[in-house]
Design a protein around this ligand. Structure first.
Ligand SMILES: Cc1cc2nc3c(=O)[nH]c(=O)nc-3n(C[C@H](O)[C@H](O)[C@H](O)COP(=O)(O)O)c2cc1C
Length: 222
């Protein structure tokens, strides 16, 4: 990890100028920095998608590259607890019938990840949980592949449970030695039918501050 003295816009301008001078400034993002958001809702264009997009838009404004993966519509197997990922040390899960291994490779290249989930019966969606168990076990058993990446949770609910969803996704980031930025509120949105996210103005403001803080943090831990 590079260390930078000072803080604020002046020091960031200095850092970016140094990178420009050394030809290390990428037009795709600052030094190719990238955030991938995984949507754990089966509804492709639902409220979780909208919430994630609001955060990602702020991240793009800071010149980081972003990608949104529609994870929740895929059939994702649960972890078999076979331990093969730890024995083989190949940074892969033995289950090959789904996309989890592709996503692990993508995450390895990313500087930050956001995991978004709707709240189902007071917790994250089953897809999100299977994703976390598989990705988490492979990364943990292969030397800590997520260490010091930046992670953020986004949880959506109609009425109650989003804080549990938010907390439980954060449990994953913290045991993986990831760095978690804050926002102007906990990263939750209240919405029911697809497309209602913009009606939750405080939720929108929270997603925007999350995006800004995530980009700020990633630039500094690089
Ligand atoms: C199976 C299921 C369980 C749900 N459980 C909860 C719940 O416990 N609490 C809540 O407030 N909303 C609950 N909801 C509502 C969703 O969290 C809400 O509609 C959310 O906006 C869905 O996000 P999406 O559009 O990204 O799929 C549930 C919805 C479904 C389909």
């Amino acid at each position: 990890m590079k260390e930078h003295q000072g803080s604020g816009k002046d020091s960031m301008a200095k850092i970016l100028n140094e990178r420009f001078q050394s030809n290390s400034y990428s037009l795709n993002g600052v030094d190719g920095m990238k955030v991938i958001a995984f949507n754990g809702s089966p509804r492709k264009n639902g409220n979780t998608h909208q919430a994630l997009e609001i955060a990602l838009a702020e991240i793009r404004k800071e010149d980081l590259e972003t990608e949104l993966v529609q994870m929740g519509s895929e059939a994702i197997h649960a972890c078999k607890a076979c331990g093969t990922c730890g024995k083989n040390q190949d940074q892969r899960c033995i289950i090959k019938e789904d996309q989890v291994n592709d996503w692990i490779q993508m995450i390895k290249e990313a500087d930050g990840i956001i995991i978004g989930s709707p709240t189902y019966f007071g917790d994250m969606s089953a897809q999100t949980k299977a994703f976390i168990d598989r990705v988490g076990y492979v990364c943990r058993s292969n030397g800590g592949l997520l260490r010091r990446k930046v992670g953020a949770a986004v949880a959506v609910n109609r009425r109650a449970g989003s804080l549990t969803t938010f907390d439980n996704i954060n449990h994953f980031f913290l045991i993986a030695e990831m760095i978690v930025p804050g926002a102007s509120y906990w990263n939750v949105v209240t919405a029911l039918k697809p497309g209602e996210t913009p009606q939750d103005t405080e939720g929108v403001a929270t997603m925007q501050s999350l995006g800004r803080n995530m980009a700020w943090l990633i630039k500094r831990v690089q």
